[in-house]
Design a protein around this ligand. Sequence first.
Ligand code: HEC
Ligand code: HEC
Length: 423
Amino acid sequence: MNKGLYGLVIFIVFLSFTGVASALTPEENLGQSVYQDTAFSLRGNQSCQTCHHPSAGFADPVNRRNLVPVSEGSIPGLFGGRNAPPAAYAAFSPIFDRNCNATGADCFFSGGLFWDGRATGRMDISGTAGPGDTPTGDPLADQAKGPFLNPVEMALVDKAAFLTIFKANQKYVKFYNQIYPSISTASDNDAYNNIARAIAAFESSTTVNKFKSKFDAFRAEQALESVDVSTITTANSTGITSAVYSVNEIDGLALFNTPRDSGGGGCSQCHPVPSTGATQAESVFTDFSYENMGIPVNQLAKDLNGSDDTDYGLGTQVTILQTVADTELPKLEDADNDQTVVASEAGKFKVPSLRNIAKTAPYGHNGYFLTLFDIVHFYNTREVSDWAPPEVTHNVNDQDIGNLGLNDSQEQLIVTFLETLTD
Ligand code: HEC
Ligand code: HEC
């Protein structure tokens, strides 16, 4: 190796140790600055980071600390209706779509962002591709257009109000113009879409999606032994040795992976455990589909939000579902409070990623469960124990969940495994 090349190798090794190699691109940098800037809220008191902070796995740190299910907006006293999910690993959600098997039957929806998939990547945030409001083609960018203008979040009145704040900051204008065609000639819609893209670029960066959990170290270790961790079940787990995972953590993973019929939790059916060669999108512990897990009403969330309407989740996204399905979907006959709800999707919510799950309490779309143990216990015993009834009784999944027959220590082992998913 010649001297110059040798120097270069040393330099690259140095970079990867100092983390400089993962420095943000100009677009990610702009996105990060906007993500963290409280100027973009009505009262100047709230940024994306307020509700999606690294200390809480990019979910809401106040909810985590106080075990409150819903987040307070820029205007004190106004709360959203659902539990804030992490902004980390959201980048891997594909465009919202309908998938059918070869015969065209057995169709299901997947992808998109928010608990109900309404940030589809196909159209604007309101669910209609309005004039001049070009689809971003990216669920994450679609999502980022929502909070600034949401009255119970950052509460700015419109895109023009947002852009006035943005353009008043010379640093932002300079960055923007380095990346996109000049903002001075851009329409409000185009400028707003581009800034949403920058936020999405930041949320897609390795600063946010680290893939550096104990699980990742275990997967890498086992790959060297030619063990694919996605195949570890209770039937073969005793042969596994590891310097990374404890025996309990291995047992927890095995229960997570083992189908319900074979005495496990069957969790990987919807939260797949990534195999050795899995892509990043395959490594976030969700299949991006939607299910009704039968979670009861959380009255605290309803009281704070001020609405007692039933939350039908994906079922309420009628325009999106009709557009994507391109066929008349039957509506629910008995929907609460005159809501129009697609019957086949009523009560379904997105299968969430489980990365950093130990840091994102409370759990479920309405924050009903205060601890990981609570939600695992619910999955295990919903059908056979004294739980309040599901908020939405349609489409409740009783095939995979509800009576798993696990004992207390098996529930605890699964929780022990979930705790290894923290970066
Ligand atoms: C007041 C708290 C609050 C603020 C501020 C806020 N969010 Fe959220 N965020 C939420 C809640 C609550 C949800 C879930 C809402 C739903 O699903 O209906 C959510 C959902 C998301 C999701 C979807 C995650 C998933 O897996 O579906 C992403 C990504 C996200 N927010 C990013 C952002 C960005 C970017 C900003 C700033 C532009 C922002 N949030 C501002 C509370 C907040
Ligand atoms: C049939 C699909 C399916 C199976 C099987 C399944 N889950 Fe889930 N999981 C979901 C869905 C859907 C949600 C969101 C439900 C909601 O909030 O309404 C969820 C939510 C969760 C959450 C809360 C996430 C958050 O951010 O609040 C945890 C933790 C979890 N699941 C762990 C598990 C474990 C452990 C198992 C196995 C015992 C399991 N899941 C089995 C679909 C599934």
